[in-house]
Design a protein around this ligand. Structure first.
Ligand SMILES: NC(=O)c1ccc[n+]([C@@H]2O[C@H](COP(=O)([O-])OP(=O)(O)OC[C@H]3O[C@@H](n4cnc5c(N)ncnc54)[C@H](O)[C@@H]3O)[C@@H](O)[C@H]2O)c1
Ligand SMILES: [Zn+2]
Length: 695
């Protein structure tokens, strides 16, 4: 897989007037962007416009002395008064493999020979550049990039940036340069803290960094993270040692106690040729969706300090480094409508309908929203231009509105007054609203889910039969499934033969473990994993029913908010559970044989187990003994073996379980695993490892 170019379609500016207008738009966008305000353009649109301006300038040399394209931050960064030790520059971009090769060739022309010292490849962290000055081991000052020669003093952030310690173990004096950003987790927290203080939500993590660096008198502090990608001498000090390579400088910085790009899950890689660099770029691109922070590209640098010095600096960027841009994962589009659907547990799920927009290789026209409180916190209006985020195979989500672009007739997103499914009352006691009928409201999705392979596994009971049974009034809750006669089934299934087959399946379904039966009930917050934990902890349905909210707190993942909800909903479902018991459905969880050594106490994840301490990522269809194991069955298996199931391959992954793909082309996860030296196991080999658990 090759990382796809971010911008494929180039705009063409037809007239000098269009060119002038484009420059004005760029400048206005940059001013907002670098000040941490909402830009009227998303990055992809900004980049496309900038490329058009560059193309016009190339065709009309000397035409525009006032153009921002040659300046750091388009000359639009807020003015600062702290002089940089040496200029702190931006990076030039490439958008594809050919351009990377061309960059290598241009570097060779500057050096008068091909690059000999090799290259480094590291993530392009999507935050804001800062220079942090350590004097005698103490963090003395933090300065923004500004216009590249002068930046703003933002030392007020000292103490709230992970990776940038206030005190080093040794009394070193030097300046470290790197990126400050909000990890996804820190960003979520930041949004909550900000909302709690009545602030408007940040449009995205990058924008939040720019704003947070500049905000000196906020009543709250937001934690951010720093990773260094360079260091220079300060006050004539002798650190970092000169003459080394880029990788050596970062290693020295790391030893001093400051985090570097090498410490990120994407890592810092040293390679000899630009072809190898391209492979690393692709590998990091494949990791992107699973990274705990945003990246907008991959940076390739000449590793040798001598070659860096020989290549030199331009006005806007160094010639010895290049940013390989990845496609934007965030775009702006218009929020047209919000639809509400009732899920299997009766929860009302809002979905945003958007003007279609291309993000990360697919067209997005729907995105998830969380709940009414969250919609209100974000201040979303119908008609708003909103930022939408999507990476890899995650479900697109609406991040925030751009209030500056709100049309006059925009209205706050209307919230439903009645259940959109049954028109009944809504229970608003929790942040996630729910039909007062609970799982009883949306019977079809509940029964379809219950019949699914990962739950009661009633083969042959698909959507159509479920609807037919409900329409005929034969099924009014999940328990009714088990009292259906063969004749009734035959009627719904359309033939006696199929009816008999279904009856056989129902007989099997009666024997499923408690965890699956419990999951079929549709209690809020009890998906497959939570149902399994509950069943393993209590052992029998009777014990779960007898449990108080306090008893439930002993189960991992159940907190004081969820516990009473589970107790109340289970109590409300008493008639259904009684009917299930009467129909002879199994109500116990089989004892798990403790895999090895330590017996599993209270059904908690075993301490030992063949996968103890391991993180396992699974991709593709399983084969051999694991044939038919879906994602949740695999996760269950991994957890039972004492391991942790991961979703994306990164440096912490122990194994990737992947069937060799039919076309012979490895999946992006397999490519990433190979680059990171993660062991790849076939489903057969993995089954072998867990043989004791599969019998
Ligand atoms: N939406 C808008 O209105 C708007 C306006 C201006 C700029 N932008 C976006 O910003 C980009 C240009 O901004 P820029 O000039 O700040 O450059 P940039 O952000 O594209 O690249 C340079 C920066 O990358 C950062 N960086 C991250 N990881 C790095 C690493 N490992 N090594 C070295 N540097 C690393 C540094 O902060 C450096 O200053 C545009 O391509 C555009 O996408 C958007
Ligand atoms: Zn309802």
């Amino acid at each position: 897989m090759t990382a796809t170019p971010a911008v494929e379609a180039y705009l063409v500016l037809p007239t000098p007037a269009a060119y002038g207008e484009a420059i004005d738009r760029l400048r206005a966008a940059s001013r907002a962007y670098y000040a941490g305000e909402n830009s009227p353009l998303d990055d992809a649109s900004y980049d496309a416009l900038r490329l058009a301006v560059l193309a016009w300038e190339a065709a009309h040399p000397g035409g525009a002395p006032e153009s921002p394209t040659g300046l750091v931050a388009d000359g639009a960064a807020p003015e600062g008064d702290v002089a940089h030790t040496t200029r702190l520059l931006s990076l030039d971009n490439v958008f594809g493999p050919e351009q990377l090769i061309a960059w290598d060739a241009s570097l060779a022309r500057r050096l008068g020979r091909p690059v000999e010292g090799g290259f480094t490849v590291e993530p392009k962290l999507d935050g804001a550049a800062v220079a942090a000055r350590y004097r005698d081991g103490r963090l003395a000052q933090v300065v923004t990039r500004g216009d590249g020669t002068h930046g703003e003093d933002v030392s007020h952030v000292v103490g709230s940036v992970v990776g940038l310690p206030e005190l080093l173990a040794e009394p070193l004096t030097f300046e470290v340069r790197g990126e400050v950003l909000f990890t996804h987790e820190q960003f979520e927290t930041a949004q909550e803290v900000r909302a709690a203080h009545g602030g408007t939500p940040f449009a995205n993590p990058r924008n939040a960094v720019a704003g947070t660096l500049r905000a000196k008198d906020r009543p709250y502090r937001l934690e951010m993270t720093f990773w260094a990608y360079g260091a220079v001498e300060l006050d004539g000090g002798s650190f970092p040692p000169s003459g080394g390579t880029h990788a050596e400088v970062l290693a020295a910085v790391a030893r001093a106690g400051v985090r570097t790009t090498a410490d990120t899950p994407a890592g810092l890689h040293v390679v000899s040729t630009v072809a190898e660099a391209q492979e690393r770029v692709d590998a990091i691109a494949a990791l992107r969706a699973g990274l705990p922070f945003g990246i907008d590209g991959v940076v390739v640098k000449a590793n040798s300090a001598a070659e860096q010095a020989a290549a030199g600096l331009g006005s806007r960027f160094p010639y010895w480094a290049i940013a390989y841009k990845l496609s934007a994962v965030e775009r702006q589009t218009v929020l047209r409508e919000v639809v509400w659907e009732v899920g299997r547990t009766g929860v009302l799920a809002p979905t945003a309908l958007l003007d279609p927009v291309e993000i990360d290789g697919s067209t997005v026209s729907r995105a998830t929203l969380h709940n009414p409180a969250d919609i209100a916190r974000r201040g979303l209006h119908l008609g708003d231009t909103v930022t939408v985020y999507k990476a890899g195979d995650i479900i697109p989500r609406v991040q925030a509105p751009v209030p500056e672009l709100r049309p006059a007739d925009a209205v706050p997103v209307p919230l439903p007054a009645a259940c959109p499914n049954c028109a009944g009352e809504i229970d608003k006691s929790q942040e996630r609203w729910r039909c007062a009928k609970g799982a009883g409201c949306a019977l079809a999705p509940l029964v379809e889910y219950a019949a699914g392979r990962d739950v009661l596994d009633i083969d042959g009971l698909g959507r159509t039969y479920v609807r037919a049974l409900i329409d005929a009034g034969l099924v009014t809750d999940v328990a009714d499934l088990f009292t259906l006669t063969e004749e009734q089934l035959a009627l719904a299934a359309g033939s006696a033969r199929r009816g008999a087959k279904l009856a056989e399946q129902f007989a099997l379904a009666r024997t499923r473990p408690l965890s699956r039966v419990f999951c079929a009930l549709g209690i809020r917050g009890t998906g497959r994993r939570m149902s399994r934990r509950l069943a393993e902890h209590f052992g029998t349905m009777e014990a779960i029913r007898a449990a108080t909210a306090e008893d439930l707190l002993a189960v991992e993942g159940i907190g004081p908010e969820k516990a009473p909800v589970v107790v109340a909903e289970l109590a409300a479902l008493a008639p259904v559970v009684d009917k299930l018991v009467a129909a002879g459905v199994n109500m116990t969880e089989p004892e798990r044989p403790a895999p090895s050594g330590a017996p599993a106490e209270d059904g908690a994840a075993p301490e030992g187990g063949p996968l103890a301490g391991a993180t396992v990522v699974v991709t593709g269809r399983m084969t051999g003994r694991l044939d038919g194991f879906g994602r949740s069955a695999m996760n269950e298996l991994i957890e039972r073996a004492g391991g942790r199931a991961g979703s994306g391959v990164n440096a912490k992954t122990t194994y990737l379980v992947a069937a060799p793909s039919a076309g012979g082309k490895p999946s992006s996860k397999a490519v990433a695993a190979e680059k990171l030296g993660v062991r790849v196991l076939t489903p057969e080999a993995f089954a072998e490892l867990l043989a004791g658990l599969l019998d």
